[in-house]
Design a binder for this molecule. Structure first.
Ligand code: FDA
Length: 306
């Protein structure tokens, strides 16, 4: 219930103005977002890479209906990729980027989003790294997978994201568990109807494990994106038969950093998803929705400063 309310608020312009405008929001947001500028993003990435982790960077923004804004997002990614390259971070994929198609024009025209995503993929290739397409709400799944297929013709290392809460996902995992296919498996962060998505934690977790089994048994490159200790443990067991370097763990910036370090120290590849930019509202609200304790943390911070 609380989750649905917060997720509805994440797409409400009026709530956005109140939350994004509250002075305290920025200090709480810092826990989940690396900063507002490309300098902040490069600094956070350097620290994580020096500490033995890898990163995927997300220039925050989503749901744009403005072609100029979509173009500005592409340009921001190209600047970022150049900076990562200059800092020696992108080579070998230690730093890659994650892109939301809705930020580069998917709702305006899928062809525009494809062309824009191509520009980012070309920038990533020049920097010696890759792009992963984030997955958004279920109305965009088919379109995003179609765009992924087009992109992979020219940029076969483009990564996909699949969400275990969707009923369709086990089938999508089978389709994408082939050689050369990088697939990030997450539980899913949007408010989805029962017709398309499992609703209970138990059902979502079971689906996650089924999907993991498909990906780990396949020839692709599974990216295990979860902070859930059970999912991490099961992934480790399923990966026992896989060669080192044929899968990785992924976690979000600021969430379970000790576990990220523990896995990296054990020799695992751990990639941290590092969001940055001033359009943090939607991302931040999804992080609040995932964990009631985060809401309490936010409200406490509000109360102690008012
Ligand atoms: P779960 O929510 O069950 O949490 C397990 C434990 O992790 C919690 O008990 C808590 O300890 C910790 N935890 C989880 N979330 C937390 C939070 N917000 N704050 C503090 N602690 C928290 N989703 C999507 O729909 N499309 C996408 O493209 C992506 N991309 C993506 C990339 C990466 C690298 C990750 C890790 C996740 C995503 N997600 C995503 C988000 C994902 O779908 C999901 O909402 C969150 O990862 C939370 O699910 P968990 O698997 O962590 O388990």
């Amino acid at each position: 219930m609380l989750r649905s309310v917060i997720l509805a608020a994440s797409r409400n312009g009026r709530v956005k103005r109140v939350v994004a405008g509250a002075p305290i929001s920025r200090s709480v947001v810092k826990r989940f977002v690396a900063g507002e500028t490309v300098d902040d993003a490069v600094r956070a990435s350097t620290g994580l890479v020096d500490d033995g982790r890898t990163v995927t960077l997300d220039y925050l923004g989503e749901d744009t209906l403005d072609a100029g804004q979509a173009d500005a997002t592409v340009k921001a990614y190209l600047v970022l990729l150049q900076r990562l390259s200059d800092a020696g971070l992108s080579i070998g994929g230690r730093a890659e980027v994650s892109v939301k198609l809705s930020a580069v024009g998917q709702a305006i025209d899928p062809k525009l989003a494809l062309d824009n995503a191509r520009r980012i993929c070309a920038g990533a290739r020049s920097a010696g790294t890759t792009v992963t397409l984030d997955m958004e709400d279920h109305t965009t799944t088919d379109g995003t997978l179609a765009t992924l297929g087009e992109l992979r013709q020219d940029f076969p290392d483009t990564g996909a994201v699949l969400q275990a809460y969707l009923r369709r996902t086990e089938g999508d995992c089978r389709d994408l568990a082939h050689a050369g296919s990088r697939v990030r498996l997450c539980k899913g962060a949007y408010d989805e109807p029962e017709s398309v998505a499992y609703q209970s934690t138990r059902e979502v977790d079971r689906s996650y494990v089924r999907c993991l089994k498909v990906l780990m048994a396949g020839d692709g490159y599974p990216m295990v994106a979860s902070h859930d200790p059970r999912m991490v443990k099961i992934a480790g067991e399923l990966a026992k038969d896989r060669a080192a370097g044929t899968y990785e763990y992924q976690m979000l910036y600021g969430i379970r950093p000790d576990e990220q370090r523990r896995l990296a120290a054990a020799g695992e590849t751990v990639r941290v998803y590092v969001p940055y930019g001033d359009e943090w509202y939607g991302y931040f609200m999804r992080r609040l929705a995932e964990r009631p304790a985060n809401v309490a943390f936010f409200l406490r911070a509000l109360a102690t400063t008012s």
